[in-house]
Design a binder for this molecule. Structure first.
Ligand code: CTP
Ligand code: CA
Length: 220
């Protein structure tokens, strides 16, 4: 038996993983962002690569992961364009990115100066497209995975996302809970699928969540 034998069950599969929070420009030096670290998406990409997949990682955060195709983006608009170009030829989309729901309507060309007479500054925002919903509606055979970041009513909110985003699976996590969600190395996931009982996984490292997810994908 070969030493260091590694099974490659995802060999030949084209996987897109998105990671990190989008940054929506206000002016040349400022943006609106969120607390996503990108760790869950990076773990999904790393494990898929280790299992032999051909991975395209579209990310707002830097990574030194090798052996995959890394595409850096900042805004939801850029993220959507990159996903749309890779999606038709892909087998799986894992939408772990924390997409800003809104972006500034206008991006100032120059740095915005504060004004001595105004104590209140208002930024008008406009909705970003729902990337997952838009892309998944063009699905042919792709398996589409969304996340649901919730701080309350986890199951109820995640069920709604499963129903209206055309996703095959939603991985729901309570981002207000200790040891789960943003900027930590662990996560507690509830997996939702159509016509199936939700499945709650114990608190585990994000890499273990990724291993468990790809194992689920391979045996579903
Ligand atoms: N998502 C997306 N495009 C958006 C917003 C979210 O593709 N404009 C994706 C996220 O990447 C995630 C899923 O949709 O996979 C759920 O994101 P979440 O923020 O939890 O849900 P929303 O639908 O944005 O609803 P809300 O923030 O109001 O809970
Ligand atoms: Ca959102």
């Amino acid at each position: 038996i070969e030493k260091n034998f590694q099974p490659r069950p995802l060999l030949g599969k084209k996987v897109i993983v998105t990671a990190g929070g989008t940054k929506e420009a206000i002016d040349p030096v400022r943006f609106i962002g969120n607390r996503s670290s990108g760790k869950m998406g990076l773990a999904m990409a790393k494990v898929a690569r280790d299992l032999g997949a051909d991975v395209t990682l579209i990310t707002t955060v830097d990574t030194d992961l090798g052996g995959l195709n890394v595409v850096k983006v900042q805004t939801a608009t850029e993220l959507m364009a990159q996903i749309q170009s890779a999606f038709p030829k892909s087998d799986v989309l894992v939408m772990a990115a924390a997409v800003a729901d809104f972006k500034p309507i206008n991006v100032a060309d120059q740095k915005i100066k504060k004004n001595d007479d105004e104590d209140i500054f208002t930024i008008k925002l406009t909705k970003n497209p729902d990337i997952l919903k838009t892309v998944a509606s063009t699905k042919t055979n792709q398996f589409v995975v969304g996340f649901a970041a919730e701080t309350q009513h986890l199951l109820e909110n995640a069920e709604k996302k499963l129903a209206n985003k055309n996703a095959d699976v939603i991985l729901a996590n309570n981002v207000a809970q200790n040891g789960a969600g943003f900027n930590v190395d662990t996560n507690r996931i509830t997996l939702l699928q159509k016509n199936q009982q939700p499945e709650t996984w114990p608190l585990m490292s994000k890499v273990d969540v990724a291993r468990k997810f790809w194992d689920f994908y391979l045996h579903r």
